[in-house]
Write a protein that binds this ligand. Structure first.
Ligand code: CO
Ligand code: CO
Ligand code: CO
Length: 346
């Protein structure tokens, strides 16, 4: 029997996140622990928390898990692991250890699928130099998988949402459109080449991007996941108290992403992401509707969005290209706060 995980879910990957608006409402009332060793917490909406151990070492802690974003169990495991580990890379850290988090419907799926998911996660973690030293499984439908990850970082070298400076350029390391393409697959609308490209991009670790950021001492970055390019850019702009200006014409897209929107393929997550960001976003008059919706497309295991000083851009780009991130490009800039935190143009 060929297992097709995608047939079990309505929303897969990071599209399955709770809406950012609901999340914000709840988190507002949750007390935050106070401890001088907490260097990064939820306050700046960063990708991971950071805890100082001593002057040389801090721990980066993060977790992510989600329902299947693709059909094949092994590939799902790889993608979920790459996505979980990515939050450590986004902060400039070195991922070291992880635990499996698994929800699996033992009565509904052959155990072979369980094994394949774990094997995909193990292989991707190994590629990242991460040792998986335990885990936990709950019987649940549909399946969900991810990792809790611990990384090392120097307390003075943390890259955060709050590090974007006016004058910086914004570099995006992977093309976007995974939410739209994978929704297109579920509806039988996406073509095979686009699905293959989306899957290989989601499997790709942000390791090389993080190495380039560390080499050039980049201060501000995030990875682009469930809240979409625009949603994560907005978090960065707010934490940095600046405005981010994105030119959607410059954003690399996977295959027929644009055309799929013409055909009506817009995942629900795009609308909840748009709803969350709307009040803080300035859209250029006459903005192209498709590009606007693509800006809010929930990405799974997306690329890094980094804020790079103008004098470094000419060095950073060739390094990213040489590392295999051939579509890495400047998609916008950071400006002094002007009216709203996010400016989307085309
Ligand atoms: Co993240
Ligand atoms: Co995350
Ligand atoms: Co346990």
């Amino acid at each position: 029997m060929k297992i097709d995980l995608l047939q079990m879910v309505e929303y897969g990957g990071c599209s399955a996140k709770i809406s950012p608006k609901q999340l914000e409402e709840i988190l507002k009332y949750l007390p935050l622990p106070s401890d001088p060793n907490i260097l990064v917490d939820i306050d700046t909406h960063d990708d991971a928390g950071v805890y100082r151990v001593n002057d040389e070492l801090a721990l980066v802690l993060t977790t992510d898990f989600f329902p299947p974003v693709c059909s094949d169990p092994y590939e799902f495991g790889q993608i979920a692991a790459a996505n979980s580990i990515s939050d450590v890379y986004a902060m400039g850290g070195d991922p070291v250890l992880a635990l499996n988090i698994m929800m699996f419907p033992a009565a509904k799926l052959p155990m072979e699928a369980y094994e394949e998911i774990l094997k995909g996660g193990f292989d991707k973690a190994t590629e990242a130099g991460v040792r998986i030293i335990g885990g936990h499984t709950i019987d649940d439908f549909p399946p969900k998988y991810g990792l809790a990850v611990v990384g090392y970082i120097h307390p003075k070298k943390i890259i955060t949402n709050a590090g974007a400076k006016p004058g910086d350029y914004l570099i995006l390391t992977k093309p976007i459109g995974t939410g739209i393409i994978m929704a297109g697959q579920r509806l039988g609308m996406a073509d095979a080449a686009d699905i293959a490209e989306a899957i290989s991009l989601m499997k790709l670790l942000n390791k090389t991007g993080a190495e380039v950021m560390n080499k050039y001492k980049v201060k501000g970055a995030t990875d682009v996941t469930g809240f979409g390019l625009a949603g994560h850019a907005l978090k960065m702009a707010k934490a940095s108290k600046v405005s981010l200006k994105i030119d959607m014409q410059k954003v690399p897209l996977i295959g027929n992403t644009y055309k799929l929107i013409d055909e009506g393929c817009i995942p629900g997550a795009s609308f909840s992401n748009l709803e969350f960001a709307e009040k803080d976003t300035y859209f250029a008059p006459g903005i192209d509707y498709n590009l606007k919706m693509i800006a809010f497309d929930a990405q799974t295991s997306g690329g890094l969005l980094m804020s790079v000083s103008p004098k470094m851009v000419e060095a950073v780009l060739p390094d990213l290209h040489a590392a295999g991130l051939t579509t890495a490009t400047v998609i916008g800039e950071v400006i002094d706060f002007k009216g709203r935190n996010l400016h989307i143009e085309n």
